[in-house]
Design a binder for this molecule. Structure first.
Ligand SMILES: *Cc1c(COP(=O)(O)O)cnc(C)c1O
Length: 450
């Protein structure tokens, strides 16, 4: 009998994060101050982030030590298994080997717990008592609530309104871990009130919720803000995924030809991919694919430009692929993929053609998730299902070409809180949404390509 699961002991939780900024030939242009448009120094970010995270944002040090209290908590569920999806391979009748790295086994249900624990630790170390944040589908909010609970900090979550109503149990989970949750846009902040004045029925967006959470943090002394994706330090914390996977491929005596991750802000994709990008930069041949929804096609249809991270234009300007900071994607079920921008580091790698990108509509994505659940038993989050779709299509390409390639994808989270989305899929009620070209051009108008 051959092994399906490649497991590492608790003690193999990585001792260092991998910082891709040490190895990139071209670094993305630096973040700019929202008003002066000068590069922002560490002091400009100090009101919202602890210093150690700001330093991680900017450092070009290749390896960053993971503090022991962070590793202690990560060991509650890490290392996560690397699993060979043999029953999926058989169902597809493909010569390809398909593996997935199962981040869905974290207590909060996704990869987001990896950075939540690290961020709360550094906040606690520097005296923060309360953390504000936004959440889309609720995964980031749950991960941060859990981490705040472990370290004894208060947690305030602005949750995108469409998800607040679609995913009530995510809210319960956050509340169970002690967080205070508000639907965004809300009446509690000036940014929220401004949106509601224009559009009382606004479904909300991550960009709006970020404005509310940032405003909350800057208006209180005891509070800092925390972001679950996009920023360099978040991507850094996720690299435990790829570093573990590399060891696990040694156990499996295999190595990927194709590395796949779904991409909202880019953090789970980066977490698996960056350690492999390092190998690619060193000359190894492999393909790396980011997968996004057609309803929010940041890499495949956006422009590489300076743009704000939020609707109210409070964040620094980041150089990234973007659809425009006032882009409001339709209410697709993969809420975690509804962000207008893409991490600078991921954007630069895409611009430099070190990684590829593709976009899928909802129905083919859910069909892939259904096949995965029926063959492997595990129900993917709608976001994750984008990566499943791409892995299946790569495996079908291998079948057609008669090639035995190895494919790995990041199983970023389970879908146990997303069953209303599966209900809609099973009832044939999911729409395949393309973002209309005129509306896209409207959002892109004010952006200058870099
Ligand atoms: C948040 C989330 C994503 C998208 O965010 P990234 O930063 O792009 O990883 C993907 N999958 C799951 C399960 C998520 O919770």
């Amino acid at each position: 009998m051959s092994d399906n699961r490649f497991l590492l002991p608790d003690s193999a939780v990585p001792e260092q994060w991998y910082n891709i900024q040490a190895d990139m030939k071209t670094l993305p242009p630096p973040p700019l101050h929202p008003v002066t448009r000068e590069p922002v120094g560490p002091e400009a970010l100090a009101p919202i982030f602890p210093m150690e995270l700001i330093q991680q944002e900017m450092t070009r040090e290749r390896w960053i030590p993971i503090p022991d209290p962070v590793r202690d908590i990560l060991r509650l569920w890490r290392p996560t298994p690397l699993v060979r999806a043999r029953r999926l391979e058989q169902a597809l009748d493909t010569p390809a080997h398909i593996y997935y790295k199962n981040e869905g086994i974290s207590p909060a249900g996704s990869h987001k717990a990896n950075t939540a624990v690290a961020q709360v630790y550094y906040n606690k170390k520097e005296g923060t008592r309360r953390i504000s944040t936004e959440t889309g589908a609720g995964q980031w909010g749950s991960a941060l609530s859990m981490a705040c609970n472990f370290f004894g900090l208060e947690c305030k979550v602005y949750m995108v309104k469409v998800s607040y109503h679609q995913k009530p149990y995510r809210r319960s989970l956050m509340q169970l871990w002690g967080a205070n949750v508000t639907a965004s846009p809300s009446e509690e902040t000036a940014a929220g009130r401004a949106v509601l004045a224009k559009d009382p029925d606004s479904p909300g967006s991550l960009g709006m919720a970020i404005s509310e959470a940032v405003e909350d943090a800057v208006s209180r002394d005891d509070t800092k803000y925390s972001l679950g994706s996009v920023l360099n330090h978040v991507l850094l914390h996720q690299t435990v995924i790829g570093l573990e996977a590399q060891k696990q491929f040694e156990l499996a005596d295999d190595y990927p030809d194709v590395v796949i991750g779904c991409a909202g802000g880019g953090s789970n994709f980066a977490g698996l991919a960056f350690p492999f990008v390092k190998e690619k930069l060193a000359g190894r041949k492999l393909r790396i694919v980011a997968v996004e929804p057609t309803a929010c096609p940041t890499l495949t249809r956006g422009v590489f430009s300076y743009d704000f991270g939020d609707v109210a234009q409070m964040t620094p300007l980041l150089a990234m692929y973007t659809l425009g900071h006032d882009f409001v994607p339709s209410g697709i079920h993969a809420g975690g993929l509804r962000y207008h921008g893409m991490a600078s580091l991921v954007s630069q790698l895409y611009k430099d053609e070190l990684i590829e990108a593709r976009a899928y509509a909802q129905n083919p994505v859910f069909a892939a998730a259904e096949l995965f659940a029926k063959t492997e038993g595990v129900v993917p989050a709608p976001e994750t299902a984008h990566a499943v779709r791409a892995a299946i299509d790569e495996a079908l390409r291998c079948k057609e070409a008669g090639r035995r390639e190895t494919i790995v994808f990041n199983f970023s989270g389970h879908g146990h809180f997303d069953l209303t989305a599966y209900d809609a899929y099973l009832a044939g009620k999911l729409e395949d949404l393309e973002y209309p070209e005129e509306k896209l051009q409207e959002s892109l108008q004010s952006l200058k390509a870099l």
